[in-house]
Design a protein around this ligand. Structure first.
Ligand SMILES: [Mn+2]
Length: 447
């Protein structure tokens, strides 16, 4: 996604039929990843830390391959089938594989290169000194030696730190398979879950990550402008034309979509994760456009709500004005050290509750506006759109370096109106800094 520096030497295949491998790290420095690994080892100083990346599904081109975000975070490596092992200090690496320098601690294991499979899926990073040079790993070995090395290391240190299997269907996850295999190899080993520590590291973004995310956010805003232009053409356009304009804006800037674009007009604006995007748009209806660019592994996530033809009804306008005011209220009242993802939602709800506006619930009873916000209004953003979602402590005060979305909405199914306004913010000592274009102060600039 980010143009990498040209590979040195000839672009032609070598005597083994192999093309030069793609560069890892996606434009970030080695130091970035070395610091992250050091941070993880500091939290588990007496454990053998094991992480595995994603594998390609054989023979299938249905979904593009994407690396596991946590694996990329610590390695900068997208190669399928990779593993990382970090050893504790004061421990001899030679116990795993004879001939290894005893003081080595950081290992990357990669599948051997294969000219035949690379004919199908392109050149890959392989084990060896070139990968060590490019990634900053002390040693990059063949995946064929992973299990014998781990078996030896666990004999000396039967303590493992890994990502614990999580969620529904956890017994079919790669994390579960790794855990089972390690239990077979080392029946006496103890296991520690690194998920919370990983989340605490990943939610604090480095300056380089913030810079990348600003670019993802600004491409997302460019796509918002393109979407708005289509919607303003008025009656009869289809939601899919808006999606086409969004994807054109992403692809032409070297980005992809971080998630399926949500383009919902009329009553479909009230469907939170609507993604059919195939209905004709009607003059004066509101259109929720919730989109995010994926640029160089990092996500944007921005929502705007527009009026078909550029003119809202009085009712649309007053609902949008309330959502806009709630958004500004949450951001402007931010208190470092106090606010959490959960307090954002509470603040927004009480702001809605104080509004004189009312709408009808599905049972016909009239209710205050806080009844029409069925979702939280914030999440962390980063390598994933809902960044380290399963492991984040939602009640932990946000600290400088966190990047979160603010996305209040109102959904009135009985009136066929939906409005959501979302921006991406970096938490700083001075407050919340918007990563792309801020929302206007006045609702008149919205539609
Ligand atoms: Mn979002």
């Amino acid at each position: 996604m980010i143009p990498v520096t040209a590979n040195a030497g000839s672009p032609h295949a070598d005597e083994k039929g192999l093309l030069p491998p793609p560069h890892p790290l996606d434009g970030f420095t080695q130091q970035e990843f070395i610091m992250r690994r050091a941070g993880l080892r500091q939290r588990f100083p007496a454990d053998v830390i094991i992480l595995q990346g994603n594998v390609e599904s054989p023979g299938s081109n249905v979904l593009p391959y994407r690396q596991n975000s946590t694996f990329f975070y610590y390695t900068g490596v997208d190669t399928p089938g990779a593993s990382m092992v970090l050893l504790p200090g004061g421990f001899s690496a030679a116990t795993g594989l004879r001939g290894l320098q005893p003081d080595l601690q950081e290992f990357l294991f990669l599948p051997d290169r294969n000219a035949v499979t690379e004919t199908w899926t392109g050149p890959k990073l392989g084990p060896g000194s070139l990968t060590e040079e490019l990634t900053g790993f002390q040693k990059c070995l063949s995946s064929n030696s992973l299990w014998s090395a781990v078996t030896g290391w666990l004999k000396q240190c039967p303590r493992v730190a890994l990502l614990a299997p999580f969620g529904a269907g956890s017994n079919v996850t790669p994390e579960f398979q790794l855990l089972s295999r390690l239990r077979d190899i080392a029946p006496v080993a103890s296991f520690q879950d690194i998920s919370a520590a990983v989340a605490n590291q990943r939610i604090i973004k480095s300056p380089a990550e913030v810079e990348r995310m600003e670019r993802a956010a600004s491409i997302t805003m460019a796509a918002q402008h393109a979407a708005r232009a289509v919607i303003h053409k008025g009656d009869g356009r289809n939601e899919c034309e808006v999606e086409a304009a969004v994807m054109q804006a992403f692809y032409s800037r070297g980005a992809a979509a971080a998630f399926a674009p949500i383009i919902g007009s009329g009553e479909r604006a009230t469907v939170l994760h609507y993604d059919q995007n195939n209905q004709s748009m009607v003059q004066g209806n509101s259109v929720v456009v919730d989109i995010g660019a994926l640029l160089g592994h990092y996500c944007g996530d921005i929502t705007r709500t527009y009026a078909v033809g550029g003119q809202w009804s009085t009712r649309h306008r007053e609902i949008a004005a309330l959502v806009l005011a709630a958004h500004h209220h949450v951001v402007n009242s931010f208190k470092l050290g106090e606010d959490t993802v959960e307090t954002f939602a509470e603040k927004c709800k009480s702001f809605y509750r104080e509004s004189p506006l009312r709408s009808k619930k599905s049972d016909g009873t009239e209710a205050t506006m806080d009844n029409f916000l069925p979702h939280g209004i914030s999440h962390h953003l980063g390598l994933d759109v809902h960044d380290v979602h399963s492991s984040v402590n939602w009640t932990q005060p946000l600290t400088p370096g966190c990047v979160v979305t603010i996305e209040p909405g109102l959904y009135l199914p009985m009136e066929g109106i939906g409005v959501r306004l979302e921006n991406d913010y970096l938490i700083t000592e001075q407050g919340m800094r918007c990563l792309a274009e801020p929302l206007p102060q006045s609702v008149d600039e919205l539609p």
